[in-house]
Design a protein around this ligand. Structure first.
Ligand code: ZN
Ligand code: ZN
Length: 269
């Protein structure tokens, strides 16, 4: 029972980490579709540091490069270039490989210089994540704390790998691009599973576009807006139906369907 509770705590924390990732790293920093109140920004920065050990600057640069080279040579983590299972099982390796590339950092994250807090503390991501491990061990006991900590890491990494791997391999497409929508994945990734929609309109602050699609981060963002903690900068509702790459109907892509390279090359975004 103790360990079951620990697994629950770890998964719950991975959900908080995933929410911070989609709202702050993705929609606020990478695509600038939302602005946050300084207090909310501080919460998200500390959350990123303690729950993911990610450097926002690196995440943003790798992600922007992914949009620039989706599923062609140069994409940091493409299942079509590297292979599906390599991304599903070793996504973090491909992420680190690109994050260590100084040219990528300079080109894609020039607008995000380190500030004093980054230089003094938040740059050391491993320290933040280790601190979470110590706190969990202190609250839950050493072994249960370790179980919770491991569950957090494994769940978070698996969900991210699924977005980059499965989300470019099978699922549904509303738009002509190389990514896919996975509605169930969207429910446990705060909307990120609606990846085909996202590649169609990267600057949309909401990832759901049509009936039956749920972006669980969207009500959170609207709630934050009501509290004065966030401001949506781009238009969530316009541009889906009239999108130039809107398919006449939703298409299902099964694993192994492959991808038409000519289509990919013409739909880079
Ligand atoms: Zn993608
Ligand atoms: Zn994006």
């Amino acid at each position: 029972m103790k360990y079951l509770k620990a697994i629950g705590v770890g998964f719950g924390l991975s959900q908080v980490a995933t929410l911070i990732t989609t709202v702050y790293l993705h929609r606020v920093l990478s695509h600038k579709s939302i602005q946050l109140h300084p207090a909310a920004t501080m919460f998200m920065r500390l959350g990123t540091w303690m729950l993911t050990s990610i450097s926002p600057r690196e995440w943003v640069a790798v992600h922007r490069k992914h949009h620039n080279f989706s599923d062609v040579e140069g994409d940091p983590h493409s299942p079509h270039v590297e292979g599906y299972w390599k991304i599903m099982l070793a996504n973090v390796y491909y992420y680190r490989r690109e994050a260590n590339n100084d040219n990528t950092m300079e080109k894609y994250a020039a607008d995000l210089p380190f500030d004093k807090l980054d230089l003094a503390l938040l740059r050391r991501g491993t320290l933040g994540f280790s601190l979470t491990g110590v706190i969990l061990a202190w609250i839950l006991g050493t072994k249960a704390g370790l179980v919770a900590w491991t569950t957090l890491a494994v769940s978070y990494l698996t969900l991210n790998a699924a977005i980059n791997g499965a989300g470019h391999t099978f699922g549904e497409k509303n738009f002509e691009n190389d990514a896919t929508n996975l509605k169930l994945l969207a429910l446990i990734t705060f909307g990120e599973g609606l990846h085909n929609n996202h590649h169609a309109r990267p600057a949309s602050p909401r990832l759901s576009a049509f009936d039956g699609e749920i972006d669980p981060a969207w009500p959170v963002i609207r709630g934050m807006e009501k509290l004065g903690l966030a401001k949506v900068l781009t238009k969530p509702d316009v541009g889906w139906d009239t999108h130039r790459r809107r398919l006449p109907e939703t298409v299902k892509i099964r694993p192994g369907d492959g991808i038409d390279i000519a289509t990919v090359n013409s739909s880079k975004n």
